[in-house]
Design a protein around this ligand. Structure first.
Ligand code: C2E
Ligand code: CA
Ligand code: CA
Length: 417
């Protein structure tokens, strides 16, 4: 983050001198979405103007005591001291978001701009700038997916306060474990591949929910080391499986944050060479949200990986975006129907129809289709009748430690031969 120190200093200063009796300090992250795409379409100078106009308009909507600091190409930190109550922070965020309801005029052209705001509050959510900004960042993640496009940080009930250092220690000392979950071929009645899922057993907190530590990694800059770990350990097991006679595709999850990292494609392709693994044995899972965050960058990066022979799966398909336009540009090879549709299949009349339409869509685009979240036999049968080729879920197999699962599978195959 550019200007991070300036931001932290200002936050410290405002925390030390609260300008009101029991004032609340709100720390906000305002991020302009798809700014890269905007620059590519309209040019850098329009991009610069856009940021200047936005900064000007935001400043006008703030009070004189509030501070606006640009911290990145399309990121702002906003500090609002001595607010009367936490609700006033939400009101201020809503007011800023109203600026983006109508297009912004740049050089006489009206440009629609998407933005979102994450908010954290002092003293409620922490008393050091680093923690406050991390929590605002977390709220930003929720804001992106919400209708209002702003969100105030909320501590989930029972949430653990795990910090950067704990996760950093776990990653660098190789304390994460790789579990794999089988993907079943409904036609051939065989295991078609495995999805790699990271697991963390912390000496302090026990098993930590992967969604929790993955999002922590995304917020604290640890997602790249974590992704490197997943890639290397996944490929290592894939190579071991080959030595045991299993040509098994491995699916690896890619977080949206790693897309912005330089050299991610080269690192992956290089790793394949080191492990001597045919590229078609690796499937990269990306979500629709990842792809939509920066469609141009995603298309370029995934295109490069697809050209190198790797396969690309659209993960959590169906819950991200209402438009399929991105499928024109993303070289996907498969769709993974989100588990929320599949889990409801036996209970609702709508869910099976939605699943059927996703299977048909995949068919017409000549993409493979995987249904996730198959928890019982009836669902598996129904999917088979619907023409779904692949399935994954607790009924087929839970995620298990990679070595045990792969050894057992290799043994089973040997017996069949
Ligand atoms: P995902 O990619 O959607 O992974 C599938 C999740 O669904 C896994 O949760 C899996 O345990 C769970 N699942 C599988 N079958 C069933 C089922 O039949 N019913 C239900 N209710 N759930 C099922 P998990 O392991 O908790 O992972 C959560 C998310 O964390 C993953 O969602 C993935 O986005 C992320 N993740 C996990 N490992 C990694 C990793 O190494 N790197 C990255 N970037 N993300 C990871
Ligand atoms: Ca996945
Ligand atoms: Ca998924």
């Amino acid at each position: 983050m550019l200007n991070r120190e300036a931001c932290f200093d200002a936050t410290r200063r405002l925390m030390a001198h609260p300008r009101g009796p029991d004032g609340v300090l709100a720390v906000m992250i305002l991020r302009i979405r798809r700014f890269r795409e905007f620059n590519i379409r309209f040019g850098y100078s329009s991009g610069d103007q856009l940021i200047a106009v936005i900064a000007e308009q935001v400043l006008q909507s703030l009070r004189p005591v509030d501070e606006l600091i640009q911290v990145g190409a399309c990121d702002f930190a906003i500090l609002l001291p001595s607010l009367i109550s936490p609700e006033h922070a939400a009101l201020a965020a809503a007011k800023i978001m109203r600026l983006f309801q109508s297009p912004i005029s740049i050089e006489g052209r009206l440009m629609p701009v998407e933005a979102a705001i994450g908010v954290a509050l002092h003293p409620e959510h922490g008393d050091d700038p680093d923690l406050l900004f991390r929590r605002a960042e977390r709220a930003y993640g929720q804001a992106r997916a919400s209708i209002d496009r702003y969100a105030v940080f909320e501590t989930a009930p029972g949430e653990l306060d795990i910090g950067h250092d704990d996760l950093h220690e776990a990653i660098s000392n190789n304390r994460l474990d790789l579990h794999v979950q089988p993907i079943w071929d409904l036609q051939a009645k065989t295991t078609a591949g495995v999805e790699c899922l990271a697991r963390w057993h912390s000496p302090r907190w026990g098993w930590v929910d992967p969604s929790l530590f993955i999002s922590l990694a995304e917020q604290t800059g640890l997602i790249m080391p974590l992704t490197r770990w997943s890639m290397n350990i996944g490929l290592h097991h894939c190579a071991q499986a080959r030595l045991a006679g299993l040509e098994l595709p491995f699916s690896i999850n890619l977080s949206p944050r790693v897309f912005a990292e330089r050299g991610i494609a080269e690192q992956l392709i290089g790793a394949l060479r080191i492990f001597d693994i045919p590229p078609e044995l690796v499937i990269l899972e990306v979500t629709e949200t990842t792809v939509m965050d920066d469609p141009a960058l995603s298309a370029r990066l995934l295109g490069q990986l697809r050209d190198a022979g790797l396969r690309i799966a659209i993960d959590d398909f169906g819950i991200g975006h209402s438009t399929f336009a991105y499928l024109q540009h993303i070289p996907a090879t498969e769709l993974k129907i989100d588990k929320s549709f599949v889990i409801d299949m036996m209970l609702s009349t709508r869910a099976p129809r939605l699943v059927q339409s996703m299977i048909d869509l995949a068919d017409s685009l000549e993409l493979d289709v995987v249904a996730e979240g198959v928890e019982d036999e009836d669902t598996l049968r129904l999917l088979e009748e619907m023409g779904c080729r692949y399935a994954q879920g607790y009924f087929i197999g839970r995620p298990q430690p990679a070595p045990a699962f792969l050894d057992a599978l290799a043994l089973k195959q040997k017996k069949l031969r």
